[in-house]
Every structure is written in structure tokens, then in C-alpha cells.
Design a protein around this ligand. Structure first.
Ligand SMILES: *[C@@H]1O[C@H](CO)[C@@H](O)[C@H](O)[C@H]1NC(C)=O
Length: 247
């Protein structure tokens, strides 16, 4: 009896141990860092990863990306108003196209250039302050569509050693270019009990959205940068450089 118990404990212990072993997604071919076609291999690997981003990739500790959830985004660029977005849901950000994705392991840098043909954003907004020539003080549901958004950026990393293995810590991101394409937002309930004024204001806001987003650019870039860094960073925290890109 005791013997059987010991056997099953060992078996159970082994099961627990194997569950903790890091697994690499089976559908991703590893790219060898000394391969002359490393960049090409990486692009292919990302294409293979892409369809799995929607529901998340547990092996990389990546949460589901469609929708991507941001609990709170604050925009306060000293542009005369404060906007807060809560429970932000970002749809279709996993349906990107890649123009460039270079991982430079000599410089510990990642340079990318990606386009997002269509992104939909839903959130609860509150806006307070002067926007264009309106004095706003409203809150409610917000819905937005952005088409042909493009982000060009460089992520900088730093190596550290954990249990004799080298890891890459992504420290900061510099956004070199960002094009918001054609955004269209709807802020519901902007003026309570005045749907006409709400609609009119929404129209004017959208007519001037490019300019508005430009005023908020540092804030928007910071939010996007932080999100990208967190997201990609998870892969590099989980796996060492050698595990990700064998020699
Ligand atoms: C965004 O796009 C969806 C579907 O294409 C549409 O139903 C929705 O009304 C759009 N929202 C805005 C604010 O344009």
C-alpha cells in the first residue's frame, strides 16, 4: 500500500515537473543566429506565429491579442484637455503586415516596420477640457476605427544572465515613425441630452482628428511603445537568447 503510494507520488511529482518545463510552440521553426538568412527566417517564423496571436500563445506567455485589453489609457499632453480611456479593447491588431522585422543580436536591437490595415477600438471614455473650440466634459462609450496605421520603431535591449543563460531585457523603444492613417471615432453621450450637438461635435472632431492626434502624439506613442515592449518582452523573459535563436 505504502509502496503504491510512493510510486504514485513519484509519478505525480514527475508530472508536475514536466508541466513546468518550458515548451516552444511546435509550429515555430527556430532561426539560427548565424544563419545568413536569419532575417528571412524570422519573417517566416512570425508569419507562422501570426494566426495563433488571436487566442494567445501560452508557450510565450502571450495573452490573447484579439481583442487586446488595456485597463486604462490616459491622454494628457498639456494640449488643454485630459482624456481617459478605460477598459480599452483593441480589435484586429493581430492582422498586421510586416515590412521589416530585424533582430540584431550584436547590437541587441529589434527594428520593425509594421502596418495595421484595420484596427477597431472600443472603450469607456471621459474627456474634460478644451478641444478645438469646444469645452467638453463628457463620458460614455467610445468606438473608433483606424485604417492603414503604420508604426516604425527600434526596440533596445540589454543582456543579463540568469542561471548561466543569457537573456535579453527589452529596456526601451524609440518610435521613429507613426502614421495613424484615417481614424474615425464616435464619442457617445458627449453632451448629455443633446444628441444633435453630440453628433455635430463628433463630426468636427473627426474632421480634425489628424491634428488632434498630432497634439497627443507623445502620449499615444508612449502608450503604444509600452504595450509593444510588454508584449514582445514576454517572449524574451521566458526564453534565453540561445533557446530562441540557437547558434
Ligand atoms: C467601425 O467599423 C464597424 C465595422 O466595420 C462599424 O460597425 C462601426 O460603426 C464603425 N465605428 C465607427 C466609429 O466608425
Amino acid at each position: 500500500m505504502a509502496y503504491r503510494l510512493v510510486i504514485s507520488l513519484i509519478w505525480f511529482g514527475g508530472l508536475c515537473l514536466s508541466a513546468r518545463v518550458k515548451k516552444f510552440p511546435t509550429y515555430v521553426d527556430k532561426c539560427h543566429q548565424d544563419d545568413t538568412d536569419f532575417t528571412k527566417c524570422m519573417l517566416k517564423a512570425i508569419q507562422n506565429v501570426k494566426p495563433h496571436l488571436k487566442s494567445g500563445i501560452p508557450e510565450f506567455r502571450l495573452p490573447k491579442m484579439d481583442p487586446l485589453i488595456l485597463p486604462e489609457v490616459g491622454l494628457d499632453a498639456g494640449a488643454g484637455f485630459i482624456a481617459k480611456f478605460e477598459n480599452v479593447e483593441i480589435y484586429d491588431a493581430d492582422k498586421f503586415t510586416i515590412r521589416k522585422f530585424d533582430i540584431d543580436l550584436d547590437e541587441d536591437k529589434i527594428k520593425f516596420d509594421m502596418s495595421f490595415p484595420h484596427i477597431r477600438i472600443k472603450a469607456h471614455y471621459s474627456i474634460f477640457g478644451k478641444v478645438l473650440f469646444f469645452n467638453l466634459d463628457g463620458s460614455g462609450p467610445a468606438d473608433g476605427n483606424i485604417t492603414n496605421c503604420r508604426v516604425m520603431a527600434t526596440v533596445n535591449g540589454e543582456r543579463y544572465v540568469n542561471q548561466d543563460k543569457q537573456y535579453l531585457k527589452l529596456t526601451d523603444i524609440a518610435i521613429e515613425g507613426m502614421d495613424f492613417g484615417k481614424p474615425n471615432f464616435q464619442f457617445y453621450n458627449l453632451f448629455k441630452n443633446n444628441p444633435e450637438l453630440t453628433e455635430q461635435t463628433n463630426r468636427i472632431l473627426n474632421d480634425n482628428m489628424e491634428e488632434l492626434l498630432n497634439d497627443l502624439r507623445p502620449n499615444v506613442e508612449q502608450t503604444i511603445g509600452k504595450t509593444v515592449l510588454e508584449f514582445i518582452g514576454r517572449v524574451f523573459t521566458r526564453f534565453s537568447i540561445e533557446e530562441l535563436f540557437p547558434k
